[in-house]
Design a protein around this ligand. Sequence first.
Ligand code: NDP
Ligand SMILES: O=C(O)C1=N[C@H](C(=O)O)C[C@H](O)C1
Length: 267
Amino acid sequence: MNPIHIVVAGATGRMGREAIRMIAGEAHFKLTGAVARTHTGEDIGEVIGIGAQEIPLTNSLGEALELGQPDVLVDFTTPSLVREHMELAIDAGVRPVVGTTGLTKAEMRELDERCRERGIGGIIAPNFAIGAVLMMVFAAKAAKYLPDVEIIEKHHDQKLDAPSGTALKTAELIFRERQEKKQGHPEEKEILEGARGGYRDGFRIHSVRLPGLVAHQEVLFGGPGQLLTLRHDSMNRESFMPGVKLAVEEVMKHTGLIYGLENVMDL
Ligand SMILES: NC(=O)C1=CN([C@@H]2O[C@H](COP(=O)(O)OP(=O)(O)OC[C@H]3O[C@@H](n4cnc5c(N)ncnc54)[C@H](OP(=O)(O)O)[C@@H]3O)[C@@H](O)[C@H]2O)C=CC1
Ligand SMILES: O=C(O)C1=N[C@H](C(=O)O)C[C@H](O)C1
């Protein structure tokens, strides 16, 4: 079997370097390019401390696509860059596997069309941790029977977007399953603006940012005399790698853009 050739954008970042490590350890994956803003010309393996990989960093995804001829782009960059990266990749016939959060539904629809026109697959997963995917799917099931729900997501204080992509995706999955419902007291007033969190798809989402946290979420359900809490914790970024590996393998088999890892899992 030919290895799957992969370029990683955001290669020097917290997630990108973990992805490079994972790719280097898989016989059926081959790293062909590494993109970041800094360290241009330096070997990515040397920069992240895993030994030379013979792949110099570039600050241009276009250059990495042209030189490396990859099959797949793995993107862990920033909300402001990810759309441009996906367009570049798709136009070059390279399948995007994207963990970067912040794309709107309208942007995803356009990118889906672009993938279909090019006859290739793409995967956007707001969370690659298998446990987090299960939490989202279980939350949607629970909401059918316990429709009063709030989400609390907690992340490290370097995160750029709030709420998290995971919280937004959880809200979307729950919204599909439960009846429309007005929660809480109809005359409730916020004395301090933002105290009740953000409102999306019928629920409140609360975002906590603190040093020491990695990525955590609780989905709280309340009913008369009972509470159910679904909770997931990523203690490190290795936790996301089995999902990234699965997405790289699966993206080769599909056409069109898939949003959410649950869509390529047997659930
Ligand atoms: N789906 C999932 O499971 C997960 C998703 N994420 C998401 O992934 C994204 C990245 O997270 P994280 O790794 O923590 O972020 P980091 O800030 O650690 O890394 C960002 C990376 O993007 C690069 N970058 C930034 N600006 C540019 C630019 N202009 N040109 C080229 N490269 C650039 C940085 O390069 P440099 O270092 O040189 O500045 C760095 O390599 C976020 O959106 C986050 O929410 C995070 C964890 C899990
Ligand atoms: O920025 C992060 O760290 C994470 N981002 C993703 C999100 O926004 O949900 C996934 C995970 O929670 C870590």
